[in-house]
Design a protein around this ligand. Sequence first.
Ligand code: G6P
Length: 590
Amino acid sequence: MCGIIGYIGEKNPVDILINGLKSLEYRGYDSAGIALKEKDEIEIIKSVGKIVNLEEKIKDEKLIPSHLGIAHTRWATHGKPTENNAHPHTAGRVTLVHNGIIENAEELREKLKKEKVRFYSETDTEVVAALINKYYDNDPVEAINQALKEVKGSYALGILFQESDDLYAVRKDSPLIVGLGKDENFIASDIAAIIDYTNQYYLLEEGEIAHITKAKIEVTKDGKVVEKEVQTTSMERDAKDKCGYDHYMLKEIMEEPVVLQKTFEPYLEHLEKLPDLTDYEEIHIVACGSAMYAGMIGKTLLEEYANTKVEIDVASEYRYKNIIYDRKTLVILISQSGETADTIAAMRKAQEHNVETLAIVNVKTSTIARESDSQIFIEAGPEIAVATTKAYILQVGIMALLAYKTALTKNLVKEEHKVLEEAEKLPRLIKEVLDRREEYKKVAEAIYQKEDIFFIGRKIDYATSMEGSLKLKEVSYIHSEAYQAGELKHGTISLIDDGMPVFAIITDDTIKDKTISNIEEVKSRGAQTIIISNEKYATDDLQVTVPKISPYFQPILIVPTLQLIAYETAKLRGCDIDKPKNLAKSVTVE
Ligand code: G6P
């Protein structure tokens, strides 16, 4: 969601900025733009749609030779995705790019209009530019400081000033780093954008302002200089490569066995390294999107096998609800990026009530990783495809280990050794499941021309269905819904038509006969059923059968099949698989 890159140094910034924008594409965007500066001349080029459109436009321009520039991919919030609304925005002597949302933009716009300021776009960003311009009296840092006192909301800003040859950056509730090079420096939304040039960077903290030249970076907060610690990323340059796969989504699914092994390694022989959930009287799980569905699996496992009651909510609801914290509570936040605005707000809400927070997170330098009370890191590495795959599998894996440890602590586990032996087998079994691509292609061929698809399941299989359905709609744009199998009769069955695909997920032995009856019900109304299970049924349905394993880990074998079916279906439909329309990888605004 919105990407920022900025460069100052000895090179011409155009290629660096464009490459950076391409590395940030995965965040989701609908327009892009670039500003180049040399002395007091500033040149801005913008375009709607993909970065190649911007590149085409740049080719046609005679660009000013420069050594300083900022660039941006915009995911529209205030105003349509038009060229006019694309960043950078200029107001007077200030040009900037922005990620985030200015909540009081309208109020500020009206105030500034009264002061005879004219606006050219519908964006909240232009309002910040105008406000900084208002306070700019040849002291950039002072102007930024003054202006931001009036701004409510979230922002990461890369700023150029007419009379300055330097680059300025500031952030609040939106990520931004300062990359450290030799005779050159950078700003970026994340390290992926600049990894080809440096692996060292400063993490800007809330309210810190960076004044950047090619040789020096000065970070100040409230007028005082802040000593920054140099961070070094372990991200490999080739993490950005597709390694021969057609899409990042496929590459990332194929990485699942390896990253699961890496994530489980510290815990399998040392479960004591995981937190003890029995220390708490109440557990809340809060997350968004797929991370929320991973939480639903966790809730089901904790309740089913560890006799532990769990409340779960999407973060966008949780942050505004009246949550009654009257017992010793642990809030578990699940987030791949660690930058999802709603999940951050939910975390801060719990902390304001002195409630402990535990983050299950991938990006170690993210806001959630840094601000939560304790963390369990998943080792997914960079995930580039917008639709999460490997990170989801690892979130489920950690929830499964937490549920298992809780059950063990409560003396509820009968065959202790068996569960852990099965956990060790998981990477090999996932690989087996991933190797059966031809089966998933067959399913994709059967469904790719359909308009509506349902997923049904009960208990844990319902939680798995939610992710299967989400993945399919995200990447293939087929309308798809997941239902608790028993609920279908209360309305939704009226939508079942001849040939409509219904996926049934069946792995829970205690309830499978019920789901099988539901399959018969939809079949007799014309549905084309596809059974995804851990056992083969003697029916003529299309079937995908995965190895049977401990119920703690069964979803980890089922979901890769659903991910690959979604992938193959999207491929047959010719979709932009890694960057589905309207979606963003990291939802850094509300
Ligand atoms: C976006 C992504 C999803 C992800 C969700 C939560 O919607 O497209 O793939 O599940 O955000 O993101 P997080 O980084 O908090 O896990």
